[in-house]
Design a protein around this ligand. Sequence first.
Ligand code: 5AD
Ligand code: SF4
Length: 436
Amino acid sequence: MKTQRKKLAITTLGCKVNQYDTDAVMTQFLDAGYSIVDFDDQADVYIINTCTVTNMGDRKSRQMIRRAHRNNPSAKVVVMGCLAQTSPEEVRDIEGVNLIVGTDQRGRILELIEELDVTESASIVDDISAVRDFEELPVSDFGGRTRAVFKIQDGCDQFCSYCRVPYARGRSRSRHPQNVLSHVGQIVQDGYGEIVVTGIHLGLYGRDLNPPVALESMIQQIADIPGILRLRMGSIEPHEITDELLELVADHPAVCEHLHIPLQSGSNRILKRMRRNYTTEDYRAVVEKAREKVPDLAVTTDIIVGFPGETEQDFSETMNFAEEIGFSRLHVFKYSKREGTPAASFPKQIPSRVKDSRSKRLIQLGEMMAENYHRSFIHRTVQVLVEEVKEGMASGLTDTYIRTAFPTSQTDELVGQIVSVRVIQADKQGSMGECV
Ligand code: 5AD
Ligand code: SF4
């Protein structure tokens, strides 16, 4: 008789690092014979990988936990990740939760959940501030995407005044270089063309290792792995972008011409209160230097609007500075007051209608800048890594992170290949072109 495979449903909130953590946990379940089903299907185990960067992250995380229990009340529910780490008691009070795991020991989820009965619950939430070792979980499945997100660093030591992440992720810790290389080597062999190298605070990579390893050297070694088509780097702080790193972006064929450099504010007064350790002048200098080496560089960023005390003047400095830099893509966050962070008790918290309006204006500017950037490639040839082919149209990303589509008579064999495309038209979403 054929035995029914057990089913896992898993969902991720928040950032790319969380996506990696999900993929690593999913890999364990796949290796143990589980099949993966949609979150709203009937599963035996539901896992919610939570986010707590903003109130919205908390709220959506809680919603998904309740939804899992509703989808199948007799299934086991695991809550992991950042919200589970910072607020385990709150998570425990939600009906139907069986296992709570923070941002460490994710390697034990499978074993623990199999031991538990649906009526039981357990919790493994460490004191994350005391954890010093990177949890080197293997991962072989990336949820059917063509890009594999690979985490080489976790945690953050910076404690910006608004941010809850250091409390959720603990101190900076790095994956060992041999482990990085053997893993990425395997992922490349498995056919993933693009590797997105990420961390919570990637620029701190290697400082905790003995002997220390420089991020640039790690990036170079990954980029040198035979068969790798593209390496994209996650977020890097302005003061952590070195000349060596820029050389790699400029000269290494596999390293994408794209840097995500979080700005957070274009007002020096606000940057100081955010406890960011750079000024807009420093930021401008880094971008200028980068563009001298890589004229077409895509620079993307995160900006928070409505930080406590942000005046209309501060906000217009942010608008002007963003426009001056000419970002190719903006992630706009409305400031969210996070308990336990210094900024939560700062005076002059900004009303939500003001945040809404500033966010709208900045998003609009972001779209305009994206369109300008996309249009700058019209009549030029770009390299597209094809992610899907549907109804005669192929689409994928350029190394400068522009979503680009082009007609093709080929089908699936194009997926995962890099194709030269001449850009014909572009808008704020991306561009269209033809194969050359
Ligand atoms: N409120 C709004 N946005 C935040 N971020 C971090 N903390 C907060 C907060 N309290 C944003 C920052 C960071 C991104 C991942 O999340 O812009 O770069
Ligand atoms: Fe959210 Fe930050 Fe945790 Fe990522 S690290 S899931 S953005 S709280």
